[in-house]
Design a protein around this ligand. Structure first.
Ligand code: NAD
Ligand code: ZN
Ligand code: ZN
Length: 348
């Protein structure tokens, strides 16, 4: 079968011929219906080098995957051949306290995980191929009725990651509150929909690109602002001087982190999701009182079920454009150049 593989750091992936995977005991092979192209893959191609993460190329890209059960290893029960499924992406050890709760991203025994701190498409072979090996059937989640794998795929990361970030701030988003989404790309545009579907907060979206701000409006943003030196001031003006209760930064670069801190309300949340490599000085006089600042990584398995439910009911719908394996690089180039809208999904 053909697979889009990252062969080395600081290189672009290449389409090569590899063997079809065969499931061992407890494992599942999924026929891929869609594999989302995430900006993290661009970081893998261009920003990472040996030692940055505890794993290395070569591996097949694609960590947002959905499709149909193709083959079951010995002892796997509860799944049927041909059944539509999503793949839960972060793969922990499966037995530590966190993994038992389905919080694999924060596995505390990563040495016993299939790959430490990664998963399919992140150190192990992912879904940008016709078939994908899932090393443990517990990572295979049945799709709710009516949800197409092409839309389910981005929900496993571009949906799950913002869902987790929004969900942990639900308590700070009552009616009258304001949430700010910085960066309306693959994650951000779904994040806006999740805020609208699960909270009563007013949503302000910020991006450098005009097309992204139009997409934000389509997704239900109440106010859109071009990203720049005046953004914090404008967010304060739009919130009666108070600032935003919750800020979700899907960029994570120096200017967006500074914007987040400057636009946040006291007792607010500033959640850094983007891996833009920026830093933020924190100190008594540097940020609003009781502003909680955190990073988040992906989401839990129970949260994935919740996101898929929102997707199946049409409350959250990624704006997906599809590309063949042959055109996958085009999708990444468009993402890099800022000409992609929403999420690109590779359909092998
Ligand atoms: P994307 O390329 O689809 O979207 C990024 C958006 O940010 C674009 O619309 C771009 O115009 C906008 N942007 C860039 N600079 C900006 C600025 N200064 N101000 C405002 N907007 C700006 O990327 P994506 O796939 O949505 O991923 C976003 C980030 O999140 C990446 O860094 C990615 O690695 C990271 N990520 C993190 C997690 C996690 O678990 N924490 C999961 C997935 C992705
Ligand atoms: Zn991702
Ligand atoms: Zn674990």
């Amino acid at each position: 079968m053909r697979a889009l593989r990252l062969l080395d750091w600081k290189t672009e992936p290449v389409l090569v011929e590899v063997d079809e995977p065969i499931p061992g005991p407890g494992q599942v092979v999924v026929r891929i219906g869609g594999a989302g192209a995430c900006h993290s893959d661009l970081h893998l191609m261009h920003d990472f080098e040996a030692g940055a993460v505890p794993w290395n190329p070569p591996f097949t890209l694609g960590h947002e995957n959905a499709g149909w059960v193709h083959a079951l290893g010995q002892g796997v029960t509860g799944l049927d051949i041909g059944q539509p499924v999503a793949v839960y992406g972060p793969w922990g050890c499966g037995t530590c306290a966190r993994c038992q709760l389905g919080i694999d991203p924060y596995c505390e025994n990563v040495a016993a995980a299939p790959v430490p701190g990664g998963g399919g498409g992140l150190g192990l072979d992912g879904g940008m191929a016709e078939y994908m090996l899932v090393p443990d059937a517990r990572h295979v989640v049945a799709l709710p009725e009516g949800l197409d794998p092409v839309l389910a795929a981005p929900l496993t990361d571009a949906g799950l990651t913002p869902y987790h970030a929004v969900r942990r701030s639900w308590g700070k988003l009552p009616p009258g509150s304001t949430a700010v989404v910085i960066g309306v790309g693959g994650l951000g545009h779904v994040g806006i929909q999740i805020l609208k579907a699960t909270t009563a907060a007013r949503v302000i979206a910020v991006d450098t690109r005009e097309a992204a701000l139009r997409l934000a409006e389509e997704c239900g943003a109440d106010l859109t602002l071009p990203s720049g030196p005046d953004s914090a001031e404008e967010i304060r003006r739009a919130t009666g001087g108070r600032g935003a209760d919750v800020i979700l930064d899907f960029v994570g670069a120096d200017p967006t982190l500074a914007l987040g801190a400057a636009a946040a309300r006291t007792v607010g949340d500033l959640t850094i999701v983007g891996m833009g490599g920026g830093t933020l000085p924190v100190g008594f006089f540097a940020v609003p009182y009781e502003l909680s600042i955190q990073t988040t990584y992906w989401g839990s398995r129970p949260e994935l079920e919740e996101v898929l439910d929102l997707g199946a009911r049409g409350l959250v719908r990624p704006k997906a454009s599809t590309y063949s394996l042959d055109d996958a690089l085009t999708a990444y180039h468009k993402m890099r150049d800022g000409t992609l809208e929403g999420r690109a999904v590779i359909v092998p």
